[in-house]
Design a protein around this ligand. Structure first.
Ligand code: GLU
Length: 335
């Protein structure tokens, strides 16, 4: 019942965002029937609906759409497979903006990880960074998993191809000497499906790199199957090897049904907002300006934004800042 209620709440929230953000999914220019002004449709790629990217796209769209008369921009949000999908869709021109983990931004711009064969993704542009995200590992209490080393031979979701978390899980596992292809039963389902599978006993644990609180971990911890957030420690070599990883903690108070009684050590990245060099300066300027000029209202739209500062939102970016965003930062004295 509790689970059904959680899902119901998530669906209502998703439906309200969908309505708030409009229903067009493609960029196009069309003449408005009442006026002669053009509308530019832009779509933001996010993640699963129980993550934080989806409400983040909704928060940005909500702020920008309020000024539709001024800018002629209609912003819509799309649920996607996550960071890697978003980078590729933005560069293909299928999406104009995407929410992307800072480590994935770094890898794309430098031609690493998923972009090793394709090479540096030169057209990727940074706009700003958003909330911190933690590499989060949750296990059922019944599985007996208490440390990351206990994952051997267990059924563990590392994330779908296209997600940001997949490489984080692989990195965390290999840092403690676990080969995800040989030593665990690795699953590759989307983060939105993992909580149900854990609750049904079809997974022992799952990784998800996400801001907190998130619907996914509320759902995963609130059912009849008792759960525990598992520390990811012993990763100092990993943190010194990769510039984009930093220590972080999971605030377990946000999930009172999990059995942990103190915050859990792990590592994390930042969510960032990216676009393509091909998206016009005017559109990027308008979106940047509206988010920063309405910073206090934006910050209230999700508890994961409580730590945001305007200056901090210009950190953690490895791609070149889009000229439209830079124009605003110069005007505002932020650069
Ligand atoms: N960090 C995840 C990813 O890049 C998405 C998290 C979220 O949707 O909030 O795929």
């Amino acid at each position: 019942m509790k689970k059904a209620l959680t899902l119901f709440t998530v669906l209502i929230f998703a439906a309200s965002l969908f309505v708030a953000c409009g229903q067009q999914g493609e960029e196009m220019e069309k003449s408005e029937s009442k006026t002669t002004s053009k509308t530019t449709f832009v779509t933001i790629g996010t993640g699963g609906i129980t993550g934080v990217y989806y409400p983040t796209g909704g928060a940005i769209a909500k702020i920008v759409n309020k000024k539709k008369d001024k800018y002629g921009i209609r912003c819509t949000v799309e649920s996607t497979g996550g960071s890697v999908f978003n980078v590729n869709a933005v560069l293909a021109g299928d999406l104009q903006f995407g929410v992307v983990q800072s480590d994935r931004q770094f890898q794309a711009i430098n031609g690493l990880a998923e972009w090793k064969d394709k090479g540096p993704q030169k057209d990727l542009r940074a706009v700003f960074s958003i909330h911190p995200e933690s590499v989060t590992l949750l296990a059922s209490v019944d599985s007996g998993i208490k440390t990351i080393n206990d994952l051997k031979d267990k059924r563990v979701n590392i994330g779908n191809p296209g997600s940001g978390q997949r490489q984080n899980a692989i990195d965390a596992l290999s840092a403690v000497g676990i080969d995800y292809e040989k030593d665990i039963k690795a699953e590759s389902v989307k983060a939105a499906e993992a909580p149900g599978l854990l609750q049904d006993g079809r997974l022992d644990a799952f990784f998800y790199t996400v801001g907190h609180p998130s619907g996914a971990f509320k759902e995963a911890t609130a059912g009849a199957t008792k759960t525990r957030f598992v520390e990811i420690t012993g990763i100092d070599a990993l943190l010194s090897k990769y510039p984009y990883y930093a220590k972080s903690k999971i605030p377990v108070k946000m999930y009172p049904a999990a059995i942990n009684d103190k915050d859990v050590d792990t590592f994390g990245v930042k969510a960032t907002f990216v676009t393509s060099a091909k998206v016009s300066d005017d559109v990027v300027y308008a979106i940047t300006k509206e988010v920063f000029d309405n910073f206090d209202s934006f910050k209230k739209l999700h508890p994961a934004y409580s730590v945001l500062t305007k200056e901090g939102m210009l950190e953690g970016l490895s791609a070149t800042i889009h000229p439209g965003a830079m124009k605003y930062y110069k005007e505002a004295g932020l650069k």
